[in-house]
Design a protein around this ligand. Structure first.
Ligand code: SF4
Length: 329
């Protein structure tokens, strides 16, 4: 018999505004009757990709695969400037879904290059956002884990900048190290506020539960960081990609209250489905019997406009409407 009597969902989860807006732009283009392609997956979530495909939106991996006359949506991570130029040369309609925060990062990099700084970029080397950023500062030194940091040279004039989803503690630690490597150090803190809030809310949720379930891509850096933070809060955590990954009720043995959180590319509906799955799989008889209602209620308490999957209506999906007009940026 299961022991879980309650599942809570962390506040301010769901897609970040950058991902949400890129998805909205793709849907708007398709709804306007345009042949619409996205350059790379707008979000690494099969459910969302399938839904976009159902609306006629196709993912392509290269500009050469974009049909003549089609609209191409640039995802929130942004692209190298030459990709934009090439799209224009081909006469494609470019719908720029680059997140406004990433655009700021790109502008900062251009400025740092002009000012002659040796730039260190904290980020995951092959992550699309980092690949795009390097188009604005090709000589930037990309470092990720601490064992990489020894590669950072000593220079008179250095600058530090970050990929948006890097953990703030890592950025601060690297900044401290770089103080000793340069005469002049310019620090441009581009860790995205959504990332910071997501981490704060996950920590808050983790403090009140027996176990956390973190939902997000296996390789997503911001998801892994949420799992790590749960450990720091002293709460055990399991990381999954989807409700289907929860097939062992033994994980919840003796657990009464479970918290659920998700990365910035995880739709908020997935968190509700995960909550429902936990209750159905490992809930007390009463909780299991009302798994759907309890999961809906958990999401209704947690959800904010920042957690909406998309602002556009989409048949067959749950839509949440909230009174407050808060927006994270
Ligand atoms: S994490 Fe932040 S910077 Fe990155 S796409 Fe989302 S809102 Fe934009």
């Amino acid at each position: 018999m299961g022991t879980v009597r309650q599942v809570t969902i962390a506040r301010r989860t769901g897609f970040c505004y950058g991902v949400r807006e890129a998805i909205d732009k793709a849907k708007e283009a398709a709804a306007a009757g345009k042949t619409t392609h996205t350059l790379g997956q707008v979000v690494h979530n099969e459910g969302v990709i399938t839904e976009l495909q159902a609306q006629g939106i196709r993912t392509v991996e290269a500009l050469d695969d974009v049909q003549e006359g089609a609209a191409v949506v640039i995802r929130a991570h942004g692209v190298r400037p030459e990709v934009m130029e090439r799209a224009e040369e081909r006469g494609l309609e470019v719908i720029d879904g680059t997140c406004t925060w990433v655009i700021q990062e790109q502008r900062e990099l251009v400025r740092l290059v002009e000012e002659g700084y040796t730039i260190v970029l904290l980020g995951t080397p092959r992550h699309p956002e980092v690949v795009g950023l390097l188009g604005f500062a090709p000589e930037a030194i990309v470092v990720d884990e601490e064992e990489d940091w020894e590669r950072i040279p000593r220079r008179k004039k250095m600058a530090l900048i970050s990929q948006s989803t890097q953990p703030p503690w890592k950025f601060e630690k690297l900044a401290a190290l770089m103080v000793g490597r340069s005469h002049e150090l310019k620090i441009v803190n581009t860790v995205c506020p959504v990332t910071i809030r997501r981490q704060e809310d996950t920590l808050e949720a983790a403090r009140d539960v027996d176990l956390m379930v973190v939902v997000g891509g296996r390789n997503s850096a911001n998801t892994k960081e949420l799992t790590r933070l749960c450990g720091i809060a002293g709460t055990p955590a399991v990381q999954i990609e989807s409700p289907a990954d929860l097939d062992d009720a033994g994980v919840f043995d003796g657990v009464a209250v479970v918290g659920v959180t998700g990365g910035t590319s995880t739709p908020i509906e997935d968190l509700q489905h995960v909550a429902e799955r936990i209750l159905a799989l490992a809930g007390t008889p009463e909780a299991a019997a009302s798994a759907r209602e309890l999961a809906r209620a958990a999401l209704a308490v947690a959800a904010t406009p920042a957690g909406r999957t998309t602002s556009l209506p989409s048949p067959g999906r749950v839509t949440f409407v909230h009174a407050a007009g808060e927006r994270t940026a």
